[in-house]
Ligand binder design. Sequence first.
Ligand code: ADQ
Length: 481
Amino acid sequence: MPAPIVVASNRGPIAFVRGADGKPAAKRGAGGLVTALSGALAAGGGLWIASAMTEEDREVAARGRVGADGDDASLYELRYLSFEPGLFDRYYNGWTNRVLWFLHHYLWNLPQTPIFGADTEADWDAFVAVNRAFADAMAEEGGRLGPSTAFLVQDYHLSLAPAMLKELRPDARIAHFSHIPFAGPSYMRILPERYRTALLEGLLGADVIGFHAPAWADRFLLSCRLLDGARVDLRRRVVGWRGRKIRVRVNPMGLDVDALRDEASRPEVVRAAEELRAWKGDSALLLRVDRAELSKNILRGFLAFDRFLETHPEWRGRVVFLALLNPSREEIPDYGAYVGECVRTAEFVNDQWGTSTWTPIDARVRDEYAQTLAAYSLYDALIVNPMLDGMNLVAKEGPMLNTRDGALILSETAGAFQELRRWALPVDPFDVDQTAEAIAAALDMPAAERAARRRGLQAAVRRNPPNRWLESQLDDLGLGD
Ligand code: ADQ
């Protein structure tokens, strides 16, 4: 019998919205974590604990455990935890998205931010309270499911929950997985010591700590050296802590290719592809797909395209750059300001090079998943140039749906780089001239090379299905089949 699994993550696999009949109706959640874990959990069976993010989620939460499709007859159950909105805002927008996200992606502008004081302290208290509620719920569910339960705690939102759960259930087998990068010790030192220590100790409550890429695992290990009493073995990736040995693992997230292809065959995606084909005409298509997010390096992507048009006049009028930017974290002012700057930069490039019949960049800041899937099938080159990214699923999804042997331009600092590097055109995300040359190389690439690289990319993605990601974690916990 496989061990029962309890997954805990801030965002659940399904968000509930108001249906036509006035009742909460299930809607697929956005984001890479949901895309990959849904397939894995449906295959393994178990229970998923998440925060109620909407009013409808809270209604569902009040009913206790529900089926993953919103009724009671699905493959696994969901349990949503409801928090008072003010507390949730401090935990989510305050501590996790303003402090931890900025920390692990190196996003602070140090002369001005961060500023730690009463406000961040209140955010921290909320972060502690939410993590405790997750740990309590996990302990309770574990008691119901039995001693062989595997606890898979997801991401930086729940950095404290592993140690809290370990305290409640010392025998619990706990894996924590970070879907984002991890800051190295000099950046970690920006955090006041009490927070830094609590975060590292919180994670070290797990038995296995996973990351998408070797660099993030190594930075975590180096940061553990800031903890008094921690014994860090960098080579074997083990931390000795309070009599326990915690293993640090690199376990890149796979894609559920069949689910993605099913999604991409829906009629609205087919319609969107027809529209995009008509819109682009004979032009080559350079594509980017991102959450409208500071770490994605959208601005330098546009500046690189500007440089490319300057240095490669033969491409003027023959290529369009489509940027599909899914709005994100609009409550945080830095995001609005950044997206505004990106859009202004695109307009500047268009003023500089555009003509009455050709607009070089089309930056669409809206939530258009069908259009995104359609655009994947049509690009000649996909640019994925984040400053830092835990994995970046777009870099894997594009090659699986593309039908034109499109080339992939990929940052050396994306988590996906390790798996895809051989078949991608690598870029230093900060080097705009080099990125401009990569755009030229992608668009000018001979057909045979494009086809060979496309085959290589698809094979690399297929080599790592999502089940493997789950199985490796269970194996690491000593719970594999
Ligand atoms: P993200 O920063 O969101 O994820 P990414 O990994 O590229 O980055 O995933 C984005 C996902 O959203 C893709 O699956 C994409 O297809 C999907 N998407 C795009 N537009 C959408 C829309 N309008 N509606 C719904 N979905 C849309 C974080 C980390 C990454 C890590 C993932 C998974 O920052 O580094 O790869 O989690 O671990």
